[in-house]
Design a protein around this ligand. Structure first.
Ligand SMILES: O=C(O)CCC(=O)C(=O)O
Ligand SMILES: [Fe+2]
Length: 362
């Protein structure tokens, strides 16, 4: 105990300075942020793990084809098949045709940027406690030996409305709250369409995932700001992890996010108007492992800063979820148990730099 206390400053000290402040003060990344060996990044690039071959690109799915009853059935079935393949091999896809105008996506990036560009005193008004999730700051301090992420965050519960803590909702820029409210409504519609399309792609009852998630399945919005970093070779914006939600919808302004497939990292491209839909552990459980929850990470960059908004869609608290019965067959035995509040268990492992999915395996 004494040893841990000696080697790691208390959480209050660790989290007292935001990454943005380190950058403004032109400080080198303190050792607690360092998680890569010098040369590792260059080695990966030399191995061409970051592929630019068009055949190895993250699939793009047009959701409008899946939701329109007027699409010719061959086109509709083809897109469903593409969706199933995308989620069983990559665990993610870039969604177009989701009905959210690009101009609105640009608007939410703009207000997010304006929020993070405010002076530190303004943001500190929304500061979270060191062991809390909601509000402005960094994640609660990870387990000893785990690196800190080169990013600052604003984390907000956005749905259902009775979970909102408005004291953490920015009043500046003045349109922030309205824009977030509108985005939440759009995310609700999008999760409904995606959950139905995923069920159809597996020949399941259209509503089966929506029923597992529950009517009041929470949506949480995490605004991430990745400051420019003087040592991108040593420091990651966000360490490798898989999400503990059901699935996550990500908006980014510039590249930086990478998804692991096999043993290679693939950069998620920025396609105007597209949103990344990323499976998380609870969809892997509900599909009995047919859909994969991919490990992903964010690189830091010395050239530019980056904004992303991740919306986590998670089954209702206290609700049991498990593999869809129809996916348990003679050929594919039940591989996952029924779980409840999985995101909490996931968090304990995440803090130690570990995956949690094994706890749900049969
Ligand atoms: O910044 C990103 O693109 C990804 C963020 C992410 O993976 C997360 O917040 O869990
Ligand atoms: Fe993530």
């Amino acid at each position: 105990m004494a040893e841990a206390a000696d080697s790691l400053p208390p959480a209050e000290v660790l989290l007292s300075k935001r990454v943005q402040e380190l950058v403004i003060n032109q400080e080198e990344p303190p050792h607690l942020y360092i998680c890569r060996k010098s040369g590792e990044a260059t080695d990966e690039e030399q191995e061409e793990n970051v592929s630019s071959d068009p055949l190895t690109q993250i699939p793009v799915i047009d959701l409008s084809i899946l939701s329109a009853s007027s699409s010719p059935s061959s086109e509709h079935d083809g897109e469903l098949q593409k969706l199933r393949l995308a989620l069983s091999s990559w665990g993610c896809f870039l969604a177009t045709g989701h009905g959210i105008p690009s101009s609105f996506l640009d608007e939410i990036v703009r207000v997010s940027r304006e929020f993070f560009e405010q002076p530190m005193e303004e943001k500190r008004k929304l500061e979270k406690g060191v062991e809390e999730f909601e509000g402005y700051g960094g994640d609660p301090v990870p387990a000893k030996g785990q690196p800190l992420d080169w990013s600052d965050r604003l984390f907000l519960d956005v749905y259902p409305e009775d979970r909102r803590k408005l004291k953490f909702w920015p009043e500046n820029p003045p349109s922030f709250r309205d824009v977030l409210q509108e985005y939440t409504v759009k995310m609700r519609l999008m999760t409904e369409a995606i959950s139905k399309a995923m069920a159809k792609s597996l020949d399941l009852q259209e509503d089966c995932f929506l029923i597992q998630f529950g009517e009041k399945a929470p949506l949480q919005a995490r605004f991430n700001y990745y400051s420019k970093c003087p040592r991108p070779d040593l420091v990651l914006g966000l360490k490798p992890h898989a999400d503990g939600s059901g699935y996550t919808i990500i908006l980014q302004d510039v590249e930086g996010l990478q998804v692991l497939k096999g043993d290679k990292w693939f950069t998620v491209p920025t396609i105007s108007g597209a949103l990344l839909v990323l499976m998380a552990d609870q969809m892997e459980i509900m599909t009995n492992g047919v859909f994969k929850s991919p490990v992903h990470r964010v690189l830091s960059s010395s050239e530019r800063d980056r904004i992303s908004l991740a919306v986590f869609y998670t089954p209702e608290p206290n609700k049991e979820i498990g593999p869809e019965e129809a996916l348990i067959t003679e050929k594919s035995a039940k591989a996952y148990k029924t779980v409840k509040d999985y995101a909490d268990v996931h968090w304990d492992y995440y803090q130690q730099g570990l995956r949690a999915i094994h706890v749900a395996k049969v």
